[in-house]
Design a protein around this ligand. Structure first.
Ligand SMILES: [Zn+2]
Ligand SMILES: [Zn+2]
Length: 347
């Protein structure tokens, strides 16, 4: 089969490799589209080494058709449109025993820890395979994983229908949170970023979204003014890296200062450096700060929202390339992050 393989960090190329062997309780998926994730960009640059081992086929956001099903598989049949929840938890550690699978101490992902979906075929454990209704396009199906991240963050944050929400960061994760959160809250949604292109891309799908460019506007002051001095009920931080901007606080502290008393800050950004926060700002508000990692069963929510047309994430796609052009896709994301969010590989 054809697959895009990283043999050396920084380069990826399509080549012929062995097709995975189907086992009992597995589904062999013929991939149609796979999406390049921010994690793939880290992996590509070698930032996940030694967790990732070369050579490898990345890709944890993908969808296609069930080509063959192994013995014991009953919920999907050959020919069904499917997608794969890439998370593989151990089931034995303390977190797993408490049902807290995203915190599994040996959590593995298809496409990060083992070969993934930038390939014609992936053999996935049956319990990770979700049937996708035919009414959902192949392109949208490839975005179910990233949407599930948004639904999980929304659930972790406790977001309710009447809540005002701040989303810090308009990247891939921030935009998927926006799509998911817009199915939950009817309150005001603010999005903060320093890249105008990302904010206008978000506004194109959500005309009521209040976007604040942190280069020109102090988000804390603006949010306070626009919420009658209250602050938002929930702030979700999806920035991770910290680019110091003059006269601005880091994204986590901006979130803390932007919430109401008793509000919640939910953090997702995977930064590599400590983030400075002032605890008394949290304590005075008796606020909650919680974290969200990957997803926990939200594939079903994302599929349901797509099927009922409550979300249309196609606006997040800024490019579709052939598998042979995977390198070009990574280069485009690296060189022009303002204008590229989700690049799909057609397989
Ligand atoms: Zn991802
Ligand atoms: Zn575990």
């Amino acid at each position: 089969m054809k697959a895009a393989i990283i043999r050396k960090y920084g380069t990826i190329s399509a080549e012929e490799t062995a097709k995975p062997v189907l086992q009992d309780n597995y589904v062999l998926v013929r991939v149609r589209y796979a999406s390049i994730c921010g994690s793939d960009q880290h992996l590509f640059k070698g930032e996940f080494h030694p967790r990732t081992q070369l050579p490898m086929i990345p890709g944890h956001e993908f969808a296609g058709i069930a080509e063959e099903v192994g013995k014991g598989v009953t919920h999907v049949r050959p020919g069904d449109k499917v997608t794969v929840d890439p998370i593989l938890w151990c089931g034995h550690c303390a977190a797993c025993q408490a049902g807290h699978y995203p915190a599994c101490t040996t959590l593995k992902l298809i496409g990060i820890d083992i070969n993934g979906g930038f390939a014609e075929y992936v053999a996935a454990p049956a319990h990770t395979v979700y049937k996708v209704p035919e009414t959902i396009s192949d392109e949208a199906a490839a975005l179910i994983e990233v949407l599930s991240i948004g639904f999980h963050a929304s659930a972790r944050s406790g977001l309710k229908e009447s809540d005002n929400l701040l989303i810090m960061g308009g990247g891939k994760v921030g935009q998927s949170i926006l799509h998911a959160a817009s199915t939950i809250t009817k309150g005001k949604i603010f999005m903060v970023d320093m890249l105008e292109e990302r904010l206008s891309l978000a506004r194109a799908s959500f005309p009521d979204l209040i976007t604040l460019n942190t280069l020109h506007t102090d988000p804390v002051t603006a949010i306070r003014e626009m919420t009658g001095g209250r602050g938002v009920d929930v702030a979700i931080e999806a920035v991770g890296h910290e680019v110091a901007i003059e006269n601005r606080l880091n994204p986590v502290r901006t979130s803390i200062q932007s919430i109401k008393g008793g509000g919640t800050v939910c953090v997702l950004g995977l930064g590599d450096h400590p983030v400075e926060i002032l605890m008394k700002e949290l304590i005075w508000k008796e606020a909650k700060i919680i974290a969200s990692r990957v997803s926990h069963g939200e594939f079903a929510k994302a599929i349901d929202a797509l099927e009922k047309k409550k979300v249309n994430p196609l606006g997040m796609i800024t490019g579709i390339l052939n598998l042979e052009d995977a390198q070009k896709g990574f280069d485009m994301l690296e060189k022009d992050p303002a204008n590229h969010l989700k690049i799909l590989l057609k397989i």
